[in-house]
Design a protein around this ligand. Structure first.
Ligand code: NAP
Length: 485
């Protein structure tokens, strides 16, 4: 079992309370994966103090010099890809292949932002008067807090951390208690890469306590959060009284529309991958397949075929394509929703069963669930499940399919499968979502374009990822210069 402490002011630090907690492998709960110092309010305050003290020197370091530290950290992480992927699988449960891709994405994010460091500047604008100049200048904000969920335990902290650091901010990162090892491994890589003490601090501990201390701290200039809508809304309200900058990216209930002209086998393959990949524990997972009535039965049949092909088990074992739910309560929630859906009139076509024999005995395993005849207003069609549970909803035609897709509070990712380019483009215009995919899985993001939701999926303030990510972590000064005298 690994033993982790918090990373505060460049030191591995026990919790001031002395408390520790242990995480277990969701594929085999007999295995203790790691122990953690259980940080609390006092540890969060110490981390903010360290970040505040480190900020001026980091701000005054040039952006390309900061970028070189990101590059060095990326190289360290790349050299440890296999070891990190294995640890990620042991703690979070996704398959080793999925974990390896996530570590690879993390490396790419740091490299992308390192390159971008040469471009963080401003704009020059024409002045009304001769021999005068107008320009803008970007500056870091100060201490920023990052609060992240467990489902992408390394890539998600990375896509906040990279723009925060390269812009010159000092950071306090609070990862999810369910899977904090990757955030602490990021801190280790940055320490080895030469990041000055105090610029990055990682405090593990209860969201309510550590998160609350960060959200209400007057020295925290901005907070970027990813997680559930309920928690994000609460933090947003804590930031509002002092008008701290807020970036809240939250849940989804993502549709994939399948039109009658689609290649149904291809459509079923995409929907199954987007629904059950990473055990459905993805904010952009497809959880509603909205299918034109005339092909609904044929599509569902093919979908069941694909769902049955998933091999559920320990993600470290060869041939496994779907790991466990991250913990017992998520598994129970998934199974409860399968039952609720049936009580509301849906038909369980396949899966949705707890697996507990032989190799599954000690893990949080279930088969992926395909539910048909789901009504658009049913709970299973409206509430985020965050597991491998998919509802098939039938629509009379294209317009009704869009109305169903939009008839929801969330708006994160949305896909359509069709050969009709006109409909695909009308869908792009009318769908209420931050990410639109055409003939692609609703999951999976390119790191170079902006990412974020609309409606209840986001605070609708600043986008993450791509070059746009820098906007949240910087403020702009307008400078007027007269050189006529
Ligand atoms: P969560 O329960 O909202 O927790 C997210 C983070 O917030 C964790 O670090 C958690 O700490 C912390 N937290 C909990 N209560 C808090 C409080 N009162 N004040 C401050 N922080 C608090 O979400 P999750 O279960 O980890 O992740 C799943 C959710 O994340 C889903 O809704 C999913 O859609 C969403 N998600 C969204 C995106 C996106 O980009 N839009 C990406 C991935 C996931 P503890 O772990 O210590 O409780």
């Amino acid at each position: 079992m690994r033993e982790y402490k918090n990373f505060i002011n460049g030191e591995w630090t026990s919790a001031q309370s002395g408390e520790v907690f242990v995480n277990h492998n969701p594929a085999d709960i007999r295995e203790a994966v790691a122990s953690y110092a259980k940080g609390g309010r006092a540890d969060a305050l110490a981390a903010v103090d360290a970040a505040k003290a480190a900020f001026p020197a980091w701000r005054d370091t040039t952006a390309p010099a900061r970028g070189r530290i990101l590059s060095a950290a990326a190289n360290i992480l790349a050299s440890r890809r296999d070891e990190l992927a294995e640890l990620l699988t042991r703690e979070e449960g996704k398959t080793k292949t999925e974990a390896g891709m996530e570590v690879g994405r993390t490396v790419d994010i740091f490299r992308f932002m390192a390159g971008l460091s040469y471009t963080i500047g401003g704009q020059v604008m024409p002045h009304d008067l001769p021999n005068n100049m107008l320009f803008t200048k970007r500056e870091p904000l100060g201490v920023v807090a990052l609060i992240t969920p467990w489902n992408f335990p390394i890539a998600l902290p990375a896509w906040k951390l990279a723009p925060a650091l390269v812009s010159g901010n000092a950071v306090v990162l609070k990862p999810a208690s369910q899977a904090p090892s990757m955030a602490l491994e990021l801190a280790r890589a940055f320490a080895e890469a030469g990041l000055p003490k105090g610029v990055l601090n990682v405090v593990v501990g209860s969201g309510r306590e550590v998160g609350d201390a960060l959200a209400t701290h007057p020295d925290v200039a901005a907070l970027s959060f990813t997680g559930s809508h309920a928690v994000g809304r609460g933090i947003y309200q804590q930031l509002a009284p002092r008008m701290a900058r807020a970036q809240m990216e939250m849940g989804g209930k993502n549709p994939t529309i399948v039109l009658a002209d689609a290649d149904l086998d291809y459509a079923a393959r995409l929907v199954a991958a987007a629904s059950f990949g990473q055990t459905g524990q993805v904010c952009t997972a497809t959880s509603r397949a909205i299918v034109e009535a005339k092909v609904a039965d044929a599509f569902t049949e093919k979908l069941v075929e694909k769902a049955r092909a998933f091999k559920v088990g320990n993600g470290l074992h060869a041939g496994i394509t779907m790991g466990p739910a991250v913990n017992a309560s998520e598994l129970k929630g998934n199974l409860d929703y399968v039952r609720i859906a049936q009580e509301e009139g849906a038909e369980l076509c396949w899966g949705g069963q707890r697996l507990d024999g032989a190799e599954h005995e000690h893990g949080h395993f279930m088969t992926p669930a395909v539910l048909a005849k789901v009504k658009p207003n049913a709970r299973i069609a409206q509430e985020e499940v965050f597991g491998p549970v998919l509802g098939v909803i039938t629509a009379g035609d294209f317009d009704e399919a869009i109305a169903i897709a939009n008839g929801i509070e969330y708006g994160l990712s949305a896909s359509i499968i069709t050969r009709d380019i006109n409909k695909a483009m009308r869908y792009t215009d009318r769908i209420e979502a931050g990410v639109v995919k055409i003939n692609q899985v609703s999951t999976g993001l390119a790191l170079q374009v902006p990412f974020g939701g609309v409606k209840h999926s986001s605070s609708n303030s600043f986008k993450e990822q791509g070059a746009t990510a820098i906007d949240f972590y910087t403020r702009v000064k307008s400078v007027y210069l007269d050189y006529s005298a």
